[in-house]
Design a protein around this ligand. Sequence first.
Ligand SMILES: NC(=O)c1ccc[n+]([C@@H]2O[C@H](COP(=O)([O-])OP(=O)(O)OC[C@H]3O[C@@H](n4cnc5c(N)ncnc54)[C@H](OP(=O)(O)O)[C@@H]3O)[C@@H](O)[C@H]2O)c1
Length: 261
Amino acid sequence: MRVLVLGAGKMVEAILTGFKKTENLSEWVIYSPSGISAQILAGKVGARVTTDPLLVKNPDWILVGCKPQQLSDLGSSLKGAFKESLFVSILAALSEEDQLEKLAGKELIRVMPNLPVEFNEGVSLLSSVSGQSRLSSMQALFAKLGTSLVVSEDELEELTLLTGSGPAFFYEFARYLAGSFTSLDEEKREALVKQVFKGAARTLKQDSESLSDLTDKVTSKAGVTIAVLNHWREMDLKDRLLSAIAAGKKRAEEIRVTLRS
Ligand SMILES: NC(=O)c1ccc[n+]([C@@H]2O[C@H](COP(=O)([O-])OP(=O)(O)OC[C@H]3O[C@@H](n4cnc5c(N)ncnc54)[C@H](OP(=O)(O)O)[C@@H]3O)[C@@H](O)[C@H]2O)c1
């Protein structure tokens, strides 16, 4: 399978590192304007490099991995050469329609991965109208990187904050948790909280019970865990979380508007 990869930043690196474990990437060709990031990534994952994407003829599909604000430049440099190709774009905030216009393409699938795809434990949300015929095969491919779910474009836009930003929310929470104790030093407490985090994640993987059932398993009536949880409930942690997420959604909409103009 020949895949043209446009961009070689953090997210593309995570995707290709995940795919390296399940696919042969020797026919994948990476392009980046500097050439440096493409060269380094190609070396890491066993792919090839090109200094000009127009030299790659008839790719099976094209992975678009630049930043949304770089898409117009990328579209100009492609000169409409890939009209018949399927674009698979990981760009946030730009609609399928806008991306197709900038790339002068006909078929595009939006994929919103998160960084744990690097370890084949990610979430990839997929949506497409123009690329419907290849949506299920692309879903199967991204399933090799973790959970792969087809959703509507509106759902993809909303859930990006949960799946894409989500890891950062858990890290921040874990940091506050570690900082709520005084024993040991900060570094050692962080090491402990990371292991608690890994252990809790491992339990989730093996257990089909709901999150509240799993919480109940740790708590006992009138015990110390429930004392903390009850305090959170009394201080409306749920509502505070909701308002923080609302701030993220508002910012996402502002970015969408800026990119459209
Ligand atoms: N980071 C995340 O967690 C995450 C999650 C979901 C989706 N995404 C999406 O992933 C995309 C990339 O994000 P990132 O964090 O990986 O960015 P990044 O690290 O800044 O990488 C951007 C890459 O795009 C390349 N590039 C710039 N202009 C280009 C052009 N005209 N043609 C082709 N390639 C070009 C850059 O090349 P040089 O190296 O030569 O500068 C660089 O390799 C964004 O659209 C973002 O919305 C990111």
